[in-house]
Each structure stands twice: as C-alpha cells, then as structure tokens.
Design a protein around this ligand. Structure first.
Ligand code: NZQ
Ligand code: ZN
Length: 385
C-alpha cells in the first residue's frame, strides 16, 4: 500500500429526523448571518425549506436566501453567490441540495475570502485556498458524495471547461434518507450510478495489487448493486435509500482511496461532455463506462477479471480475457436493467455535438490502467453516440 495521511473533518448526522433534532445545536457556534443556499425550487415544494428556516429563526439567525443553483453549477453562479456573501457579511453558508448546490457553495466559501480569481489561482498557479467562510450541508439528493470532501465540480461556460476545483469542506452534513423521497426516480438512479462509478474509478486505479481499500470497495459496489435492485422494485424503500445514501458518502470521503492513485478517466470524459452539452452527470457516466472499459481492459486484465468475480459473482472462465469481458457485460446489462441511457442520443445529446473538441479538452489521468490519447477518447465518444 502507498503511504497516506487521512483525515475527514465533516461531522455526519445520519438518519430520519436528524435536522429537527440536531441542526439547531450544530449551528449555534457559528455566526448569526446564514446564507441558505439551494437549487431551483424542490426544497420549497417538499417542505424542507420551511423546516430549516423555522429552526434557523428559532435560534436567532438572520437568513439570507441564495437560490437558483442549477445542476452542473457554473462559475458565474459562484461569483453571484460571492456577491451575496460579501454584501450581507455572511458568517455561515448552509447548502441544502444535491451535489450541485454543495459544490457551488464550497467554492463560494473559498472565493469570498480571496482577492484573486480562484479558477486562475488553482488552475494556473496551482495554489489552493486556505481560508473559508464555514459551511454545512444538508443533502437532499444522494450520489456525488460531495458532502464529505473539499472538491467541487464547476462549469466555466466561457472557457467550456467543467473541472474539479478545491474549496471548503462542510463542517457537518445531514443525511436524511426521507429527504430523498421526492427526488425524481430517474435522478435517484443517476445518483446511485454516480456512486457506483466513483467506486469503480477508485478500484481500477493503481496499484491494482491487493489492499484493504479494494476489499472494502468491493463490498460497497455489491451493496450499491443490491440496493439499486431493491429500489427498482420498491422505489420508496427506506432501507435501500439509506444504504445508497451512505454508500454515496463512503465512495467519495477518501476511505476507498487510501493507499491508491485513482483512475477517474470516465469522469474526466463525462465532465467535458457536460461542459459542451450540460448533460446529466450520472447518465453520462452510464453511457461512457462500458465503452471505455472495453477499450482499456486488456491493460488491466487482472483487475477486470477480479471485478467480474468479486463484484458480479461471475465464475472464472477459460481465459482472464473472457472473465474480464463477462464482468464488463454484466455492468452493461445492469445499466440496461436500471433503465438508464446506453447511448448519448438516448440522453438527448445531438449527433452534431463537437466530440472532437470534447476529446481534445479531456484530461488524461495518471491512474487509468491505459494512458489514453485524445484520439482514443474521440473514438470512445463516437462509439457512445
Ligand atoms: O434544483 P432543485 O430544484 O433542488 O432540483 C434538483 C435537481 O434538479 C433535484 N433535487 C435535489 N434534491 C431533491 C430534488 N428534487 C426533488 N426532491 C429533492 N429532495 O435533483 C436534480 C439534480 O440535482 P444535482 O444536485 O444537480 O444532482 P447531483 O447530486 O447528481 O449533482 C451533480 C453535480 O455534482 C458534480 C457533478 O459533476 C454535477 O455537477 N459532482 C460532484 C462531485 C463532488 N463534489 O465530489 C463528484 C461527482 O463525481 C460529480 O462530478
Ligand atoms: Zn461522479
């Protein structure tokens, strides 16, 4: 195993009724002016907004609304949030939503304390922020695991780049599976597949020798498959939603990455696809993964055949190649069974999208078992159409 330093500073409140019971005490030590940040209205419809505002008012906080954070949050929306924070002298940011709201707030929190542009600072100078407006997260849609790490994915519309940048990490995260009951089922599946993707992207990283992180990871992947199966038959099953919600945090809170260099090539491709098409993150991954894996599996044959056996329960075939391919087929069949798109056209992505530009602007990762070229990424994208 590679050397590592591990710390996760987010306090997690998991379960039904957690906000009512613990939000007030978890907020007391922070300043009086709270920016309540959310998306495009779901929390007003399902009552979560009123529940939170009531609690904040009861403990004497001044609440400043910041709404309209869109899926695939933009750099412009971050700047809008920074203005609200600075004009109102906000002491604390409370992000209520899915990955998009949480990500946007992480970067608002950092940018509000900086005199220079965070995008340029991180991407050009490779300097990362150290001061933040403190922030908490209340998760309403599971999948990204954004609530337990400091990374955020922001779309810079002018530059046509969707990239990970570092901001603050939430001081606390509330994970109440009942909050996810109103999420459109298509999005529930998209989030669950995102979690599965995070686990795979870590599992297929380097080194691919035996380590504890990979053994835990296999358990996470099997659990995600099992609980998606339960939800497909029983959309509101609380236990399955709980398991998926916690798996989502576990997959991205660093535990599975211990001692590894992660892969995340599928994510890099999907992010650029998102920059050009504003597509749904989990759906984009569902289309890309099997196609990408068929391109690279021969360079990671041991790991792909282990994936087939230990995650999908496939018995060893005559050759490792056959075993590995059977695992990738099981993944593709599962995506179909979930009813997720298997081509870009099923996602509504136009055939005349500039896939060449997407390929050329995709980061090539160091952890992928095969170091791809931009031409290979272009081929992969074309196969996905
Ligand atoms: O905006 P509202 O009205 O709230 O609607 C949202 C949105 O339309 C809706 N929703 C959320 N909670 C709901 C609900 N609808 C009804 N009831 C509820 N309780 O769900 C829709 C999708 O929300 P969004 O936050 O966009 O989805 P997700 O959580 O999948 O986040 C996607 C973003 O996260 C990034 C993605 O790239 C994408 O930009 N990621 C962030 C990561 C991270 N920070 O660690 C890792 C991921 O790999 C990912 O890249
Ligand atoms: Zn993801």
């Amino acid at each position: 195993m590679n050397n590592f330093i591990f710390e996760n500073t987010t306090k997690v409140y998991f379960g039904k009724g957690g906000v009512k019971e613990y939000l007030a005490c978890s907020m007391k030590k922070f300043g009086d002016t709270v920016m309540l940040a959310y998306g495009c209205g779901s929390i007003k419809k399902n009552g979560i907004y009123n529940e939170i505002v009531e609690i904040l008012k009861e403990i004497g906080k001044t609440v400043i609304d910041f709404s309209g954070i869109m899926s695939n949050p933009t750099y412009a929306k971050v700047q809008e949030g920074v203005k609200v924070v600075q004009e109102n002298h906000v002491d604390f940011i409370l992000a209520v939503g899915g990955g998009s709201v949480i990500d946007c707030c992480k970067i608002i929190s950092a940018q509000a304390k900086l005199d220079e542009d965070i995008w340029e600072m991180e991407n050009q100078k490779k300097v990362y922020p150290t001061e933040f407006i403190p922030m908490g997260a209340i998760v309403t849609a599971a999948g990204t695991g954004s609530e337990m790490n400091a990374g955020a994915v922001i779309t810079h519309e002018k530059k046509k780049i969707k990239a990970g940048i570092f901001g603050t990490q939430a001081k606390f995260a509330f994970l109440d599976p009942t909050y996810t009951m109103s999420v459109p089922f298509e999005q529930v599946l998209s989030g669950a597949f995102d979690t599965f993707s995070h686990a795979m992207e870590t599992y297929f990283g380097k080194p691919d020798t035996n380590n504890l992180s990979d053994n835990i990871n296999e358990a996470v992947m099997r659990s995600v498959i099992q609980n998606i199966h339960i939800l497909l038959n029983d959309h509101e099953n609380y236990d399955a939603r709980s398991e998926l919600m916690w798996a989502s945090s576990i997959a991205e809170n660093g535990i599975l990455k211990i001692g590894k260099i992660t892969d995340f090539q599928a994510h890099q491709i999907e992010h650029q696809l998102g920059a050009y098409t504003n597509c749904n993150h989990g759906q984009g991954l569902a289309v890309i993964h099997p196609v990408l894996y068929r391109h690279i599996y021969q360079d990671g044959i041991e790991r792909f055949s282990r994936f087939a056996k230990n995650v999908w329960g496939i018995s060893e075939k005559e050759s490792k190649q056959e075993t590995a391919l059977a695992g990738i087929q099981a993944l593709a069949d599962f995506i179909k069974e979930m009813g997720m798109p298997i081509t870009f056209s099923q996602m509504g992505i136009a055939a005349d999208t500039d896939f060449r530009a997407i390929a050329n602007s995709t980061n090539i990762t160091a952890g992928c078992c095969k170091k791809l070229t931009h031409d290979e990424i272009f081929e992969i994208l074309k196969e996905c159409i």
